[in-house]
Ligand binder design. Structure first.
Ligand code: WTA
Length: 645
């Protein structure tokens, strides 16, 4: 494909070659869709998916609740698998690259994946899982993850995937909240040449919960404890029947829950339906990444996050494309791992996070030059704002100036992407996500909810109903949280909790979260979660956590603690704190620095002023000190930070 040239304006328009192959190239699509978004999505749902019964009403809303395709009947796994069997049964559905180089890449065709999914669905049935039951999945990036997830959707069970790097406590909390009956896990997985144990964490987590069966994938071929409660995934699969009639569900039935961090310490189960989610997953994957029959899509996200759900698995499979997943980490056994995977598998669409891009920028370019990346057609970015430097590096060094960068803004709650440029329409501008996906409406408002139309003025990003079909329908068993989190600030609009502004060109640029959510190496967590974990230390009275900018990870958490009593060994103390965050959340949540302080700056009503702590950490003059209850605490903290630098 021809090369793009970055002009002074920093604005790229699609090349002729891209226009030729693009599914959408006429920018009128935005206007047309906006005229009647419901009709627009109705048409897409009809064209993109196989329905068992058409809906009686396309959209209904009684805010904050809404329904898409009411009365419509569908099976999700049938849309990902069965309908491709006629023409694509021997096409590779999923390519899996294991970490150990001596292990072979595994490819499963649509026919093979279909058979395994049907068999595993029968396994679930055998263990009394039925429509509406919750199944917890705690698996690394191995094909069994998609087999287990699709098997749930085959019988109308609700999957709840938990990130494999999360701790036993984090898994337990999610199992308990979802009241899962069964847990699918593995004995472990490979990471950086080490065998990571998963089973010990899983066994600890299921104790005294509703889980009565644990099905274990023998990834590390360890001896698996089997018995009434613990079962071997492979053995269960072997003895299962290969035919499983799909259970037809209502479009609005819950398909999955996925826990994510909100402002409070307790993660919330974001609820996604079936028909609406499928519609958005199918069309956003198709249009954003311009998926065609010959495409091999590689979304590097882990299945424990929403990006893994929608673009490593469901979006490409709904489209009948080939999706690639891998086990391990980007720079092991060397920083050329990803580029070798792209070369070996002729990846055409590559979708990753800015944190990974920034990491690769720091490595010797020889690892990239060694590999042929000419198969790439489209590059994607997700999870956090991408800075201009990283954007340009990604564009030139990885994309060879031939591939547009699709900077997709979205959230666990939105199910699929919502703001980005489309490859055949553009423009592609560093740092700028673009415009809302056709048929959706996101605007920027001030604190009172009044739209800000002026360019370059930062406000709150909100979504104007009718809501996109992939949007969350609630917080699992917690309607109050749903209302409070998303619908209390701006009653008529869905509150994203992101800040944004309109560029001179009228496009949307995201500035970041306006609440206490952090993005650490693309992973979403809250200050409250960390504070709760750290304050569990017996020597700590109070904790405040603030995120500070980090060159590679985007942000990292820093902790300030007030002690109950003196500690003897500072090093040991810091280790204990890190162990606490490891155990309660996972290693990504480790604080980068821990400061012991006498007092935290607080307002007169007792609220910790994290904003002030952040200013001190990044060497900015803190503002608003006059409103503090204890302004002297600021100078003291300043000194402590200086001495510990
Ligand atoms: C941030 C990830 C800037 C944003 C899909 C959002 C982004 C949060 C972008 C959701 C982007 C995601 N540019 N910021 N392209 N994409 N974000 O739930 O703050 O893990 O609210 O979903 O990530 O994170 P989550």
């Amino acid at each position: 494909m021809a090369k793009y040239v970055i002009k002074k304006s920093n604005k790229l328009v699609p090349s002729d070659a891209m226009k030729k192959i693009a599914h959408v190239k006429n920018k009128n699509i935005y206007k047309q869709a906006a005229k009647n978004p419901i009709k627009f999505w109705e048409k897409l749902a009809t064209e993109g998916l196989d329905w068992e019964k058409k809906w009686t009403k396309a959209y209904e809303q009684k805010l904050p609740y809404f329904k898409w395709f009411k009365g419509g009947k569908i099976n999700f796994s049938k849309n990902c698998l069965d309908r491709h069997l006629e023409n694509k049964s021997d096409k590779v559905a999923i390519t899996w690259v294991p970490e150990p180089t001596k292990e072979k890449t595994i490819k499963l065709t649509y026919k093979e994946l279909h058979e395994k999914v049907c068999k595993f669905a029968n396994v679930l049935k055998k263990h009394k899982i039925k429509k509406g039951d919750v199944v917890s999945i705690y698996l690394p990036m191995i094909p069994e993850a998609i087999i287990a997830m699709l098997a749930c959707t085959r019988i109308g069970a609700i999957h709840s995937v938990v990130f494999s790097a999360f701790s036993a406590d984090a898994l337990k909390a999610r199992i308990q909240d979802g009241k899962a009956k069964i847990l699918i896990t593995a004995d472990g997985y490979y990471r950086r040449g080490e065998k990571e144990d998963l089973l010990t964490k899983a066994r600890r987590a299921v104790k005294s919960t509703t889980v009565n069966k644990v099905i274990i994938v023998p990834r590390l071929r360890k001896k698996i404890p089997t018995g009434r409660k613990f079962l071997n995934f492979n053995k269960e699969l072997e003895s299962a029947e290969p035919n499983c009639e799909p259970t037809i569900v209502n479009s609005e039935d819950t398909m999955f829950i996925l826990y994510t961090s909100g402002t409070t310490g307790k993660p919330k189960g974001v609820v996604h339906d079936t028909g609406g989610y499928a519609t958005q997953a199918y069309w956003t994957a198709k249009w954003n990444f311009n998926l065609h029959d010959d495409d091999v899509m590689w979304c590097t996200a882990d299945v424990g996050w929403v990006t893994g759900h929608t673009y490593a698995f469901y979006g490409p499979l709904l489209n009948g494309a080939t999706t690639l997943i891998y086990e391990g980490s980007p720079d092991f056994p060397n920083p050329g791992r990803w580029w070798k995977i792209i070369q070996d598998n002729k990846v055409t669409v590559f979708y990753t996070a800015p944190t990974a891009i920034r990491m690769f920028q720091k490595f010797d370019p020889k690892y990239i030059k060694k590999h042929n990346l000419k198969s790439l057609r489209i590059l994607g970015s997700v999870g956090e704002p991408i800075d201009e430097d990283a954007w340009k590096w990604y564009f030139k060094t990885i994309g060879g100036s031939r591939c547009p960068i699709i900077d997709t803004w979205w959230q666990t709650e939105t199910g699929g992407t919502l703001i980005n440029a489309l490859p055949g329409i553009g423009p592609f501008v560093p740092k700028v996500s673009g415009q809302p996906f056709p048929g959706t409406n996101l605007i920027i408002v001030d604190e009172k909810g009044k739209q800000i139309k002026k360019k370059n003025v930062v406000g709150n990003l909100v979504q104007v109903p009718p809501l996109a079909p992939g949007m969350l329908h609630g917080v699992w068993k917690n309607p109050k949280k749903y209302k409070d989190t998303y619908w209390s600030r701006f009653k008529k609009y869905y509150d994203t909790s992101d800040g944004a502004f309109l560029t001179n060109g009228g496009l949307i640029r995201i500035t970041g979260r306006t609440d206490d959510v952090m993005k650490v190496a693309g992973h979403r967590m809250t200050t409250a979660e960390l504070e709760n974990a750290i304050t569990d230390h017996q020597a700590i009275n109070e904790t405040a956590v603030v995120p500070i900018p980090h060159e590679v990870k985007g942000e990292v958490p820093v902790a300030f603690v007030i002690l109950k009593h003196k500690i003897k060994d500072q090093e040991k103390f810091e280790k204990e704190i890190k162990k606490l965050t490891d155990d309660k959340i996972g290693p990504t949540a480790r604080p980068a620095k821990i400061y012991i302080v006498e007092a935290l700056p607080k307002t007169r009503s007792g609220k910790i002023m994290r904003r002030i702590l952040k200013a001190l950490l990044i060497d900015e003059e803190p503002k608003g000190l006059s409103t503090l209850l204890n302004p002297k605490s600021v100078d003291a903290i300043k000194k402590i930070i200086k001495t510990k630098k």
